[in-house]
Design a protein around this ligand. Structure first.
Ligand code: SF4
Length: 505
């Protein structure tokens, strides 16, 4: 009676989910592992991506663990991904790539517990095994009126036996999935929707009127709160990361973490042990991540390293960082890291002029070093360049600072009246890191795209010419003499509006 009422309801009301309707043990297993401790809505997107990336057991078994973790990124409980990968290799090696249709053999695979083994056995192989998750526990305890703590092993066994008695001889997988759906949509935690429930005529808790008090559970211990410092250590355009060896978040990549953090000295000691010489640049605020048994109460800092030397871990660029599997616990830190490693173009403020003038002086001298005498180069001091920046501003041009990891790395000067990119200088140490590209993209956006955009560049500066060409600037005339004595030549580049380009022969 129980199962016929339930299955009739299921046939009409079952949830449509991307991992439903298959009896492929691989797919059932992947979805059931994902569903452990994760909401169904969250799993749906991840499941589709995962199956596209690893369409069968062999694809998963052959993949490097780091690829599996990257695909799992954001789903949490990463030991599931590591065990999934291990289990795939076990099934290939031990069973020739075919899942065993046996509850005990499934149960022996890494990461497969009683629930997952029963779910796979019943859905893929129609074996009569109740998949005792939170939903089944709640529905069965209410239906049968079990009023003892459901976490006590004897009570668990009792509920499993009741589930087995209720299970029909066929459609075992549908029976489990029907109970899961009923628990998720009708017999929900708190106050269930008994009026919509097919089991109401036979339900003990409904009859007794205490459904909202079931299942009985002892109060859970509150998770332990751990104070943690997260140091984002940058060196030029790179950030330091390390692959964790600890059980929690094992093999995932994190920034420098100091547990039981109390004061800055704790971080400094940790950096010393890693062989990193760095000083604190900025406090970046708090972040928090709740695990099942602990809470990381984090304070984020930005540190600047003197060099990329380190005994452990490594400094990585932004694209390298984004390719690594990084846990959700690092979400706030990762956002800050992206900000630190992304070049920013900002209007120069009065207080920033000395720092920008310093970069302007160094980069100007570097770009002219091959042509000018030492005396002439040395006249372009930071003070002289600060005066030049002020003169640009006085003449109505816009002066921008280029920043990376909160450090001035270049200057950009735009003349909106002339629709001209007047100057772009980047510190020699920070070239080739996307700063120039970000600055030109900014300039093209800030100037009037409906009129020709102009700029002047030294002849022979191939790097700059290539960069500007990639934004549609073309040379308009032959090189002209800028300073014959110093062998300096320049030429104009023009970026025409789309309509003008079409008019050209
Ligand atoms: S009648 Fe109410 S308490 Fe009983 S199984 Fe249905 S929803 Fe749950």
């Amino acid at each position: 009676m129980f199962s016929s009422l339930l299955l009739a309801w299921y046939d009409e009301h079952k949830r449509v989910l991307p991992f439903r309707g298959t009896k492929d043990a691989y797919r059932v297993w992947v979805s059931e592992i994902m569903l452990q401790q994760t909401r169904t809505e969250t799993v749906s997107g991840y499941y589709t991506r995962f199956i596209n990336r690893f369409p069968d057991l062999f694809a998963l078994a052959e993949a490097p663990e780091e690829d599996v973790l990257k695909c799992w990124e954001g789903l949490g409980y990463y030991s599931r991904a590591r065990n999934l990968h291990k289990a795939a290799r076990t099934v290939v090696e031990k069973y020739g790539g075919v899942f065993p249709a046996d509850l005990e053999a499934l149960r022996a695979l890494p990461g497969v517990g009683d629930y997952t083994a029963a779910a796979v056995a019943s859905i893929a192989f129609d074996l009569p095994a109740p998949a005792m998750d939170g939903n089944l526990t709640r529905v069965l305890s209410r239906f049968h009126g079990v009023r003892e703590d459901v976490d006590i092993p004897a009570v668990k066994r009792q509920l499993l036996a009741l589930g087995q008695e209720d299970m029909p001889p066929v459609r075992c997988g549908d029976f489990n999935q029907a109970l899961m759906d009923l628990g998720a949509t009708v017999c929900t935690p708190g106050t269930p929707d008994c009026d919509a429930c097919p089991l109401r005529p036979l339900c003990n808790a409904y009859r007794e009127g205490d459904a909202d008090a079931l299942p009985v559970k002892a109060a859970a211990k509150p998770p332990k709160e751990i104070q943690m410092a997260v140091a984002l250590i940058t060196c030029k355009n790179k950030i330091w990361m390390i692959q964790r060896k600890e059980t929690l978040l094992k093999n995932l990549w994190v920034y420098q973490l100091t547990e039981d953090y109390e004061q800055a000295r704790d971080i400094e000691k940790a950096l010393h042990a890693l062989g990193i010489r760095a000083k604190q640049a900025e406090a970046l605020g708090p972040a928090r991540h709740v695990f099942t048994h602990r809470i990381w109460s984090m304070t984020l800092y930005h540190y600047e390293a003197e060099s990329a030397d380190c005994k452990e871990g490594r400094f990585v660029t932004l694209p390298e960082m984004l390719a690594l599997p990084i846990p959700t616990a690092m979400k706030a830190a990762k956002e800050q890291a992206i900000r630190l490693l992304t070049p920013a173009v900002l209007p120069a403020e009065e207080g920033q002029l000395p720092a920008l003038a310093d970069v302007y002086s160094i980069s100007w001298r570097e770009s002219h070093a091959a042509h000018c005498s030492l005396d002439f180069l040395e006249k372009h001091t930071a003070e002289a360049m600060e005066a030049k920046l002020r003169e640009h501003a006085r003449q109505g041009r816009s002066v921008y600072g280029l920043w990376m990891a909160n450090k001035a790395v270049g200057v950009l000067i735009l003349d909106e009246k002339e629709n001209e990119l007047s100057a772009l200088y980047i510190h020699p140490d920070d070239q080739g890191m996307g700063v120039g590209r970000a600055a030109v993209a900014f300039a093209v956006h800030a100037l009037n795209a409906g009129k020709p955009m102009k700029l002047t560049v030294l002849c022979g500066n191939e790097r700059a010419n290539r960069l500007y060409a990639s934004f549609g600037f073309t040379q308009e005339a032959a090189c002209r003499v800028l300073d014959a004595e110093r062998n300096l030549f320049e030429h104009d580049l023009l970026r025409l509006p789309e309509s003008k380009k079409e008019e050209r022969p």
